[in-house]
Ligand binder design. Sequence first.
Ligand SMILES: [Zn+2]
Length: 254
Amino acid sequence: MVFESIKGEARAKKMILGAVKNKRISSSYIFYGFNSSEMADFAREFAKLLNCADLCGKCQNCKKIDLNIHPDFVVLQPEGKKNTIKIDMIRELKERVNIGPTEAEYLFITIIGADQIEQEAANSLLKILEEPPSKVVFVLIVSNINNLPKTVISRCQCIIFSGNEQITEENVGLPNSNSIYDLLQYSSSNYPVSKENDRQEALRKMESILYTLYRNKDFDKVYKTMNAVKMLKNNANVKIVFDHLFLSLGGWIR
Ligand SMILES: [Zn+2]
């Protein structure tokens, strides 16, 4: 089964599977969420999917990617005292990208903690992303998208990971009230959500906020709002959730 090891994230799975099936693969993606290791696992499955149609787990591509020894599966992560992605790392990456895939169909580059990239390195990365070589796919894994230059963000297709529920730029299927209620229901089974007026009102409000933010492509705020939904899901106090959301959106809700 494709993406068997990844729980939830149905939209991301559908989107990636659709892209691979229709051969409409972007050259660069941003995976945005709190759980970097889950996103890195997702990226690994994506790499296998590109290089082995049925993720057999047995061929050379699958095996080597799983063991991190595939020459066409490159993973970068922050290094050194400052724990950053440095210019030298991007220079080296550029050389590797110029060679292209050697064994598999695609060269797959995952940058974990891409939001910890130094300015000079970001500029250099941007140049690579601006002229994407064929058969090379980048995945930038970030927890704080505000640390990534807007120019880099604009080159990438953004996928937001938010626990079991996430939104993608591609997938305009916004969570409607039903799906938000579902989300709430299944994780708080002993809480009578449907009888809680405040909570329903809060969710309705969040839905309209989400819709506006989504239309404005304000993914950082979408993500914060999704987190507020998550807090409600965990039975947090409605007022506290709203106060928190209000603060984190910078007083955006009126
Ligand atoms: Zn395989």
